[in-house]
Design a protein around this ligand. Sequence first.
Ligand code: COA
Ligand code: MG
Length: 351
Amino acid sequence: MFVFRILGPNYLQFRRGLNTKLLQHVRPLGNSSPFYKGNATVSNCKAKISGKTPRRAVLYVPGNDERKIQKISSLKVDCVVLDCEDGVAINRKEDARNTIAKCIPNLLETSKSEICARVNSVSSGLYQEDLETIFRNKFMPQAVMLPKVEKWQEIETFFDSINPILKPRQHSVVKLVIFIETALGLINLKEIIESTIANSCATNLLFEGIVFGSDDFCASIGVERTKNSDELLYARQKIIANAKAYDLQAIDMVHIDYKDHEGLETQSIEGASMGFTGKQVIHPGQIEIVQKCFSPSVDRIKWAQELIQAFKEHQKLGQGAFTFHGRMIDMPLLRQAESIVDMSLILENNN
Ligand code: COA
Ligand code: MG
C-alpha cells in the first residue's frame, strides 16, 4: 500500500506503541464520574470509542421511499442513514420501519456504504417500535442514529430498550451516533456523552459520534438560519470540543439548499477547518463535494507521513521537540499527523 511504502513495514508496530501513549489522552470515563459503571474502565472503553468508521458524508434517505433506497447501492457515500424520524411523515412511520427492515439484507450485500437507521427520539415515544421492527432481525443496520437527545436520562432509557434486543447478538457490533439539536441538549452535552460512554462500554453498541442538528437547533433557540451561520458558531464549537475531548466524531450541519454546490463547498471547507470530521447531506449531488472537503489532501498526507518519519528518527536521538519544515514539532503535531495518515489508510482500504 502507498502509505506503507513510504513509512516502511514497521509503521503499524510503531503506531501500536504510540497508541498506548496517545490513548492516555483519551479520557473516556474516570471512576469519579457519576455515570461510571464498574466495568467502564479506561482500558476497556478506549478501544470502543475510537470513532474510526469514516463518515465524511452522511446521507439521509427517507425510510418509506423505496425508489430512493434502490439508488443507495449505486452511490459512493461513506454513510447512509435510513430515516424513520423527521424525513418521514407521521402517518408513514410504520411504512418506513417495515420498508427499512425489508431492504436491509440486500443493502448490506450490495452497498459499500455503512448502512444505518435513524430511529425516532426517546421523547417521541416511537423509538421502541422502530427498534423492535428494524433491529430484531437476522440482518441489522450497522449503526443506530438517536436524534434529539436532551438529557442523560434519555440515554439510560434508550439502552434499557436496545440492550435486550442486542444481547442475544453478542457477536454483532452495532455503532451508535447521537444527535444534539436543542439548547437543552447542548448545555447537557458532557453528561450525555459520559452516560453514553458508560452504557456503551457495557454492551455491544459502540458509541462513535455526535451529529449537530442545526435546523432543529435554530428552532430551539428561536432564530432563522442565515447564510454565514453566525447564530450556530457557539453550538458547533461546543459540539466539536466535547466530541474531541472523548475521541468521538463530530458531524456538521446540513446545507438544505441542496442545489447550491458553491455554498456547500464553502460550508464544508469551513466545517472541516473547525474540526468537524464529516457533514450531513440530503441529496446525492452533495456527496462528492462533501467527501472531498473532509478528505486529507495529497499534500497533507505527504506532510503527515514525513513528519511521522522525522519524529521516529528524533525519538531515537532522544529529542522530543524538533524543527520540521521550519516549524516546531512535538506530540500534538504528531497526533494530528497520525490521524491524517490513519484516515488516509482507512479511505484507501475502503476504495
Ligand atoms: N437518497 C437517495 N436518492 C435520492 C435522494 C436521497 N436522499 N434524494 C434524491 N434522490 C434521487 C431521486 O430519487 C432522483 O432519482 P430518480 O431520477 O431515479 O427519480 C435523483 O436522486 C434526483 O433527485 P431530484 O429529482 O433532484 O430530487 P427529488 O425531488 O427527488 O428529492 C429531496 C429532493 C430533498 C426531497 C430529497 O433529496 C430527499 O428526500 N432528501 C432527504 C431528506 C431528508 O431525509 N431529510 C431529513 C434529514 S435532514
Ligand atoms: Mg433534526
